[in-house]
Design a protein around this ligand. Structure first.
Ligand SMILES: Nc1nc2c(c(=O)[nH]1)N[C@H]1C(S)=C(S)[C@@H](COP(=O)(O)OP(=O)(O)OC[C@H]3O[C@@H](n4cnc5c(=O)[nH]c(N)nc54)[C@H](O)[C@@H]3O)O[C@H]1N2
Ligand SMILES: Nc1nc2c(c(=O)[nH]1)N[C@H]1C(S)=C(S)[C@@H](COP(=O)(O)OP(=O)(O)OC[C@H]3O[C@@H](n4cnc5c(=O)[nH]c(N)nc54)[C@H](O)[C@@H]3O)O[C@H]1N2
Ligand code: SF4
Ligand SMILES: [Mo]
Length: 704
């Protein structure tokens, strides 16, 4: 008999609520939770069953027996693997202290577990992927509002105008957000889209700007200037809730629409037209500050400018604008407990220097790439053990070769993953986690206008020798004598403990798969937002007191991005709606839909090089080369070439993905420490590549 299991998708980190139909321990159907998503799901989410069926992934623990990366693995039992890892951790801790162990996990609601484990060991060195994703956006938002990247949600559905700078919202997607955008368009809302190429989002736009790569900050500054100049901002809101308007106005004086049009390579009339629309459409205007802005050396400031535009529009805590996400406290109830509360507070300085050398960055997850520095230099102290959970640094950060060199200083490298990651393949131990359909996860809060508790239930029993993350960490903690921090032997026990203060029970999740903490959406009084902005002044700071104190400018004078030398291009990247970074590329279903990436290249530039659509090209930078098919198109700026991130994988056991397409991160030679010093994000779009017709026979799979 078929049964319904409520759960959360795990094919990417959005974690959409889902309804699963199960029969005879088989997943028969997956759809978006009808109460929240009206059944909607993306292609990746629908490919969940193919993940379970995929045998080209680690199906039991493995210990490296050959050299690192050689692929000689011994399959072992969980007892053996956990004993092995616990012993190695003990040795490192005895020799160098607990802070010599670092752990990273891909953020999201379940990061608490890995953080709790790291702190239980006595190490402050918990980190995540974010220096290659949203750190610039996060810190930019903090400098303005005192609230991080997740400090606002966007009421797109009710907006009059949504402005997206390289936020390809319909392709790099969240189903709920896609529906909001389409609803907004249906209701007559305007969409402005800025990119260096045409996209799924751009083709729906009211205003589309194809800009010169790296010039977003110029356009944003000009919008600030023109709006202030026209007196088109929300005076009442700005006077009540912001500081530093005059200084900002003075700073942007030289950044006129005429100037920006020349700098970005767009029409000045179109900028003026946009300004007029925005003034008319406010306050129901959302300037998306970017999700992933680890791109250019001024992306922090570009994101800061986009958020300043939100403040000028007065679009905070207003329908169709940016809303404060509400939590349990706003509903007058207590939230669930976090396992991180059981672990000790660690005061040892972090090995990445965040909080000490780099006072401007949030200590929370610090900055992963800086740990490589510590490994190589043993400064401020040695880092000898690394555990990566749901995170593949070799796909995530630039220049895997440089990362491997740093990692060679480590005595233990562990990957907790559902797949062979590039990092896992180089590691000492692979601890395979059960897939999201075969495991339970902790209860988490989803903040919003109607905050709710969510929970992942197990749809089917694993048929492989894989277990969930809690069991893995609990197994290690027990072996290390740290049981007090992981006292629960089952997820059921942990759930019950988490729920105790909330007054809710596990049964409350049965009806819809989640528990709403309020029946009606909560909005704050926009006329009384005092105390909501967590900056030193309590206001939205156009000129940030903290940045000033740290010796950083609130606004960086604009510098035009370098033009690529003749015969070279700026390498830019993005996502496909069909894949999630690198880890779905070998998924049997998704691989069938999109088996490889291509290199987008402007028609005129390609013509000059004698490259036609479909030709193989060598893409190289500083000794590294990738070979890929060219996609010749008018719809990309001639200075840039573009590819979908995540391909060019090098794990022979993943036969579908092996050497299919190109890896962008491999070409980012020397960029591992190229960080935006104000935002902490890496500058991933600051690589120039040479493109040539390739002599490669398409029959050959591997690169030479
Ligand atoms: N060059 C370049 N670099 C980039 C990007 C880019 O576009 N280009 N994008 C950047 C961005 S925005 C991000 S967010 C990062 C993403 O970088 P990563 O965090 O490394 O990316 P993911 O592919 O999401 O996940 C990494 C690993 O998690 C594993 N995994 C998936 N599901 C599970 C699970 O349920 N349990 C466990 N234990 N493991 C699981 C996958 O198999 C994969 O090996 O990369 C960044 N780096
Ligand atoms: N299907 C799918 N959806 C995803 C993900 C996924 O892996 N797959 N990953 C999720 C994650 S972790 C993240 S962080 C988000 C990222 O979400 P986005 O930031 O929206 O995604 P990207 O596709 O990386 O980049 C968007 C665009 O930036 C453009 N771009 C490059 N240079 C410039 C420039 O100078 N100016 C402008 N304006 N645009 C430029 C690229 O051409 C690309 O089209 O997506 C999330 N959603
Ligand atoms: S966006 Fe798609 S893959 Fe990601 S959680 Fe939602 S349904 Fe799953
Ligand atoms: Mo990301």
């Amino acid at each position: 008999m078929r049964k319904t299991v409520w759960s959360m998708c795990g094919m990417c980190t959005v974690r959409c609520p889902i309804r699963i139909e199960v029969e005879d321990n088989r997943v028969k159907w997956i759809e978006g939770n009808p109460h929240l998503l009206n059944g909607a799901l993306c292609a990746k989410g629908s490919a969940g069953p193919a993940l379970i069926a995929d045998s080209e992934r680690p199906l039991q623990p493995m210990i490296r027996r050959g050299g690192r990366g050689a692929g000689r693995w011994e399959k072992v039992s969980w007892e053996f693997a956990l004993d092995y890892v616990a012993d190695k951790l003990k040795t490192i801790i005895d020799k160098y202290g607990p802070e010599a162990v670092m752990a990273s996990s891909r953020g999201g609601p379940f990061q608490d577990l890995v953080k709790a484990f790291t702190h239980a060991l006595g190490s402050p060195n918990y980190t995540n992927h974010d220096s290659a994703c949203g750190r610039n956006v996060h810190h930019a938002s903090k400098s303005l509002f005192g609230l991080g990247r997740k400090g606002f949600i966007y009421d797109i559905k009710n907006a009059n105008h949504l402005v997206l700078f390289g936020r390809n919202i319909l392709a790099s997607l969240r189903p709920a957000e896609v529906n909001q955008v389409l609803d907004m368009i249906d209701k007559g809302g305007k969409l402005t889209y800025v990119d260096v190429r045409q996209t799924l989002t751009g083709i729906k736009a009211t205003n589309f700007f194809q800009v010169r790569p790296g010039t977003d900050y110029a356009l944003a500054l000009a919008l600030i200037h023109e709006i202030i100049q026209a007196g088109g901002y929300d005076r009442e809101f700005v006077e009540r809730y912001t500081t530093g308007l005059d200084e900002m106005a003075e700073f942007v004086k030289e950044y006129t629409a005429d100037w920006a049009a020349r700098e970005c390579g767009i029409k000045v009339q179109k900028i003026h037209q946009l300004v007029e629309q925005l003034i008319e459409d406010r306050p129901r205007v959302v300037f998306h500050p970017g999700w992933m802005l680890s791109r250019y050396s001024d992306s922090f400031y570009a994101s800061r400018a986009l958020n300043a535009l939100n403040a000028l529009m007065g679009s905070i805590e207003v329908e169709g604008g940016l809303l404060f996400p509400k939590g349990p406290g706003d509903c007058g109830v207590k939230g669930p407990r976090s396992i991180a509360d059981l672990s000790p507070k660690i005061t040892t300085p972090r090995a990445d220097g965040v909080g000490e050398v780099y006072k401007q960055f949030d200590k929370g997850p610090g900055l992963f790439h800086l740990f490589y520095k510590a490994m190589a230099t043993e400064q401020p102290y040695p880092v000898k053990g690394i555990i990566c959970v749901r995170h593949d640094p070799f796909s995530c950060f630039p220049d895997p070769a440089a990362q491997k060199e740093a990692l060679d200083n480590c005595e233990l490298i562990v990957s907790v993953d559902t797949h062979y990651s590039e990092f896992g393949w180089y590691s000492d131990v692979i601890l395979p986690e059960a897939t999201y359909l075969e495991r339970e996860s902790m209860i988490a809060i989803q903040k919003g206008l109607k905050p709710r508790l969510i929970k992942r239930n197990k749809a089917v029993e694993p048929e492989s020798d894989t277990i969930d993350l809690y069991s893995i960490l609990h197994g290690l903690a027990t072996r290390l004598g740290l049981d007090e921090y992981f006292p629960f032997s089952t997820m059921q026990e942990l759930w019950k403990w988490q729920l105790e203060p909330t007054g809710r029970t596990l049964e409350d999740f049965d009806e819809k798969g989640f528990v709403e903490l309020t029946g009606t959406p909560i909005m704050y009084d926009r006329d009384n937002l005092d105390g909501k902005f967590k900056t030193p002044s309590g206001k939205i700071e156009f000129i940030s007191q903290n940045l000033t104190e740290w010796g950083l400018p609130s606004w960086k004078p604009y510098e035009s991005p370098a033009k690529p030398p003749k015969g070279q291009f700026r390498l830019v990247f993005g996502r496909s709606p069909i894949h999630a970074h690198s880890h779905t590329v070998n998924n049997p279903l998704l691989n069938e839909m999109m088996p490889e990436n291509t290199l987008w290249i402007n028609s005129r530039a390609a013509g000059k090089m004698g490259v036609s659509d479909g030709d193989m090209v060598d893409v190289s930078s500083d000794g590294a080369t990738s070979v890929v098919k060219a996609r010749v198109t008018d719809f990309i700026h001639p200075e840039a070439v573009y590819t979908v991130h995540g391909f060019g994988r090098q794990i022979p056991l993943q036969t579908r993905a092996y050497h299919a397409g190109m890896s962008d991160q491999k070409l980012m030679k020397g960029q591992l420490q190229n960080m935006d010093t104000a935002g902490g994000g890496l500058c991933l779009c600051e690589t120039f590549v040479t493109v040539r017709r390739s002599s490669k026979n398409p029959q050959r799979k591997v690169e030479l």
